[in-house]
Design a protein around this ligand. Structure first.
Ligand code: PEP
Length: 257
């Protein structure tokens, strides 16, 4: 049985005071049941990089894991404005979102760059959450699977067999992100199944069965149960709804079957 992964992506929101308050409220909502919830799900939050130290402190003693929204692939160097894998590790970061559609489309990150970041995360023993997903246009033209499988293949270039199970994939259709229009559970499930089949072909059945493929795109407290109860949907990457403690706590408690 794969553990579900419920991940919050705070994007470029909140300051240190609000971030501490949000963590305290999320913890108040789930900490007392953490042991039961922890049996079949992991929970992670990814604040903006500058808030990672404050959030790391606020998470002390909690089972909630700390993620980053992005990172550079080099350990150090003349890369003004960037944050390196060892810097993140120093604050206890365990997961890094890589290739989010906002990074691809607003900051023009390429599949080659994204692949370097995936490899760097693995080298530093962090879980890369490799995001893939088609735009509205690509969706309308029936190209969703082509695009997603292409991004998957390039994003996983040179990822060895032993590292594959340390990777998580996030299927995030661009048309569903921040729009309030989520993919239906059936739509998402069919893409997740195709992603798993592609992993099976390249890495074999055991690794394909172990890899977590989570869904992102307007997940909220009302639609999460129907999404994560599908067999190939192993959790959720949550943007807007992760900024409100009550909705995120409810998403964490999703019914998974
Ligand atoms: C995201 O930021 O990855 C995301 C899926 O956002 P939202 O849940 O707001 O659509």
């Amino acid at each position: 049985m794969r553990k579900k992964l419920i991940a919050g992506n705070w994007k470029m929101h909140l300051g240190p005071v609000e971030a501490r308050a949000l963590i305290a409220a999320i913890r108040a909502g789930i900490d007392r049941d953490a042991a039961a919830l922890g049996k079949d799900r992991d929970v992670m939050v990814a604040p903006p990089a500058i808030l990672i130290p404050a959030v790391a402190q606020a998470l002390a003693g909690s089972s909630i894991m700390l993620g980053a929204q992005n990172m550079h692939y080099e350990d150090k160097g003349a890369f003004t404005g960037e944050v390196s894998p060892p810097m993140l590790k120093g604050y206890g970061v365990t997961h890094v979102i890589i290739g989010h559609s906002e990074r691809r489309h607003i900051f023009h990150e390429t599949d080659v760059l994204i692949n370097r970041k995936v490899l760097a995360a693995l080298k530093h023993r962090m879980t890369p959450i490799l995001c893939v997903g088609e735009t509205q246009d690509e969706h309308d033209n029936g190209r969703a699977l082509d695009v997603v499988l292409h991004q998957l293949r390039l994003g996983l270039e040179n990822v060895g067999d032993d590292d594959m199970t340390a990777v998580a994939i996030a299927y995030e259709p661009v048309w569903a992100i921040g729009t309030g229009r989520n993919a239906t559970p059936e739509q998402a499930e069919s893409v997740h199944a195709a992603i798993r089949a592609a992993i099976l072909e390249r890495y074999g059945p055991e690794r394909a069965a172990a890899v977590r493929i989570i869904y992102g795109g307007s997940v909220n407290a009302d639609n999460v149960d129907s999404l994560v109860s599908k067999p190939d949907i192993d959790g959720a990457l949550v943007g807007g709804a992760s900024l409100k403690a009550d909705s995120f706590a409810r998403i964490v408690r999703a019914r998974t079957r």
